[in-house]
Write a protein that binds this ligand. Structure first.
Ligand SMILES: *Cc1c(COP(=O)(O)O)cnc(C)c1O
Length: 392
């Protein structure tokens, strides 16, 4: 009899499974379903990045092009990372402070495996990205969820974390600009986070997946801009959302040298690195950020305005986010805070899929998320259906 390990039995259901089932059932009943559910950019990867990948893989002068990325790393990638951090954030990084990853989701779990022992606590926020908890479960550690509340601008309140939790915690995960709440953090908040880490001997792991997806001229800081941050902090950066490269699986972790080394050690024993052509292409992407980012953000910003205006016109309470490709809003009053009831009604009556807050941990109920990573015509159609739905 083959059975799953306990760690698999402990996992919460994957957030989108329930939605996929409901979508399939609605389609079967003949409902024309459109989704604003998943955050995965609809734009193609920039041409120069694709061209660099193709040229690199075809370059027969590179005798190592087929080899393990960890044994034959491409020096251009960490160089491009260092230049990007210097140029974008004014942060200097040494080689020992940089590790290339197969995207952030992967690296988040690897960091957990590299620093947590059974019985340790990891602090994650709720609502929040589910992978932090999954890293803890895979490491036989437990998760303490710090609530992100709207009245606190969805920022972690460090003063509310219990003493006992602080004593056992080895890592605190933060993520600003935040998925799903769209909240942003200023340098002042990051200073408090670093202070919290220093006082309690807790690694501050900042998941910086959305720093480039910002609007209205807003620029999102890096936690490493805080003086001395690298004593207790690391930052996860991903090329997925910034450069439309979700399927490529490429990112990096920077900052605290011990934590970076922990990720490296786990990687050396599990993944053997990224294809060299991928690393060349990633270096290219980072080098053309100034060109790519403004154009992308202009489109997201327009979509954001269209959706926020439509929801507001529908009489629903919604904020206009200055970052991320999401809208996070309280469910309309008549649903009494049930995100599942609202999402189900919207699906069944309007054929529009949004993500119920519910799946983002114990403090996430009462909200829903809309993703702006769908073509303009899909978003326009969804908006017009939502307008009709809201007047029924
Ligand atoms: C999308 C996302 C990531 C993961 O991106 P990768 O594709 O794994 O690099 C990490 N954190 C958050 C909060 C995300 O939304």
């Amino acid at each position: 009899m083959i059975t799953f390990a306990e760690r698999l039995q402990k996992l919460p259901p994957y957030l989108f499974v329930d939605i996929r089932q409901k979508m399939a059932a609605a389609r079967e009943r003949g409902v024309d379903v459109i989704s604003l559910g998943i955050g995965d950019p609809d734009f193609p990867t920039p041409d120069p990045v694709v061209e660099t990948l193709c040229n690199s893989i075809q370059d027969s002068d590179d005798a190592d092009r087929h080899r393990y990325g960890c044994d034959s790393p491409v020096a251009e990638f960490p160089e491009a990372v260092a230049q990007f951090y210097q140029h974008r954030f004014g942060v200097s990084l040494s080689d020992e402070q940089i590790v290339t990853t197969l995207g952030s989701k992967d690296a988040i779990v690897k960091l957990a495996l590299g620093i947590l022992n059974p019985g340790d606590i990891g602090i994650a926020a709720s609502p929040g990205y589910p992978t932090y908890n999954i890293g803890h479960v895979f490491s036989s550690a437990t998760t303490y969820y710090a609530p992100l509340l709207r009245e606190n601008d969805f920022l972690v309140d460090f003063d509310l974390i219990p003493v006992e939790v602080k004593r056992l915690a080895k890592v605190l995960w933060i993520n600003y600009p935040n998925n799903p709440t769209t909240a942003t953090a200023d340098l002042d908040f990051f200073e408090r986070a670093v202070e919290f880490g220093r006082e309690n001997n807790i690694l501050i792991a900042h998941d910086n997946a959305y720093s480039e997806n910002t609007y209205d001229g807003y620029q999102s800081p890096s936690i490493l801009q805080v003086d001395g941050a690298d004593e207790v902090a690391i930052e996860f950066f991903s090329l997925s959302k910034a450069f439309n490269m979700t399927g490529w699986r490429l990112g990096f972790v920077v900052g605290n040298q011990t934590a970076v080394e922990a990720v490296k050690k786990v990687k050396d024993n599990i993944d053997n690195g990224s294809l060299r052509a991928l690393q060349f292409a990633g270096a290219k992407a980072l080098s053309i950020a100034d060109d790519v980012t403004p154009k992308l953000n202009e489109i997201y910003q327009k979509r954001r305005d269209n959706v926020v205006d439509a929801l507001t016109d529908s009489g629903w309470d919604v904020d206009r986010p200055k970052a991320t490709m999401y809208i996070w809003a309280p469910v309309p009053e008549q649903y009494n805070g049930s995100s599942r009831a609202f999402a189900t009604a919207l699906l069944e009556e309007a054929g529009v899929v949004v993500t119920p807050g519910l799946g983002y941990g114990q403090w996430s109920e009462g909200y829903y998320r809309i993703s702006l990573t769908y073509p303009d015509n899909v978003i326009d159609e969804a908006i017009s259906r939502i307008r009709t739905f809201s007047t029924q």
